[in-house]
Design a protein around this ligand. Structure first.
Ligand SMILES: *[C@@H]1O[C@H](CO)[C@@H](O)[C@H](O)[C@H]1NC(C)=O
Ligand SMILES: *[C@@H]1O[C@H](CO)[C@@H](O)[C@H](O)[C@H]1NC(C)=O
Ligand SMILES: *[C@@H]1O[C@H](CO)[C@@H](O)[C@H](O)[C@H]1NC(C)=O
Length: 275
């Protein structure tokens, strides 16, 4: 029965391909971008309209709900130490982070399934390969193509708290003031690392070439230790990573646009993760 279904699927996909209607589909299309619970700060929709802009004060972030960012990971230089960078799970073998979070020739420890640090669900794998974006500019900090891919030494086991994010080259839904969320475990205002993953709500400002700029209307934002964190947004019921956070100002965040690195992600990983 299984074989038969598989054969039918093969014939069917061959047929679609012949008709020229084939659209690349990620291996993770059926599980990506579906959190167990929606992030607390995500504004509510009215019908099918864009989310309502919600004035929400985020001072030093807000404790995220467990299971609301299953695609959030940490890339850490010293195992067991909370200090490091954020990253996004894009497949069972790869995470994406900021270039300035990883050095050539060094090992990084990648933790997934983190909600409350050192509590229950974490999985730890080790970087087997680091791939830097060819356009990265390291001479001056300008958030220019500040993105790197980390291949893991094993396979992430997906569950309700650990999942890949969807990646798309379509950014047309990112119109001015569209909400964008940023989870993180960087410093709080007292330069302490919070024990629970924080979430911040931002509003998309503009896409300048390969850079996503977003701003918070109130105070509070990403800080040191939030580099590499994924910037997420929801569209048609699914969550997408829209950027890799590189840096920000008082109440703004800039990151490398996923749409600008789609082909690079697919080339490096050898599969159609970004469609
Ligand atoms: C990484 O290792 C290679 C080969 O040993 C060496 O040529 C290179 O300079 C190293 N890079 C850094 C940043 O240390
Ligand atoms: C590097 O930047 C150039 C100019 O913006 C762009 O055309 C090229 O596609 C980029 N390279 C990659 C691998 O994305
Ligand atoms: C990955 O590397 C870590 C540290 O060396 C090791 O403990 C773990 O067993 C490795 N995992 C796999 C799947 O090889």
């Amino acid at each position: 029965m299984k074989l038969f279904a598989g054969l039918c699927a093969k014939i069917f996909s061959g047929f679609v391909f012949l008709l020229g209607l084939s659209q690349a589909k990620s291996r993770f299309a059926d599980i990506c971008g579906r959190p167990l619970v929606e992030p607390t700060l995500w504004p509510k929709y009215i019908g099918n309209a864009a989310p309502l802009r919600q004035k929400r004060f985020i001072s030093n972030g807000n404790d995220a709900s467990d299971g609301s960012f299953p695609y959030f990971a940490r890339v850490i230089p010293i195992p067991g130490d909370i200090y490091g960078c954020g990253a996004g799970i894009i497949s069972d073998q790869w995470v994406i982070t900021a270039d300035h979070c990883v050095d050539e020739n060094s090992t990084r420890f990648v933790y997934t399934g983190i909600h409350e640090w050192n509590k229950h669900t974490e999985q730890m794998l080790v970087s087997e390969k680091l791939v830097f974006h060819p356009n990265v500019s390291r001479s001056s900090w300008k958030a220019e193509w500040d993105v790197a891919l980390v291949k893991l030494n094993g396979t992430i086991v997906f569950n309700d708290y650990v999942k890949p994010i969807c990646l798309s080259r379509d950014t047309s839904f990112l119109t001015k003031d569209y909400p964008v969320m940023l989870p993180g475990l960087g410093y709080d205002a007292d330069k302490k690392i919070p024990s629970v993953t924080q979430e911040a709500l931002l509003y998309f400002a503009e896409l300048i070439d390969h850079k996503v700029e977003a701003a918070n209307i109130e105070q509070g934002n990403a800080r040191e230790g939030d580099s590499g964190s994924p910037m997420y947004s929801k569209h048609n019921g699914l969550w997408y990573q829209v950027a890799v956070f590189a840096g920000g100002g008082q109440a703004s965040a800039a990151g490398t646009s996923i749409s600008a690195v789609c082909d690079w992600i697919n080339d490096v990983t050898g599969e159609e993760l970004c469609t």
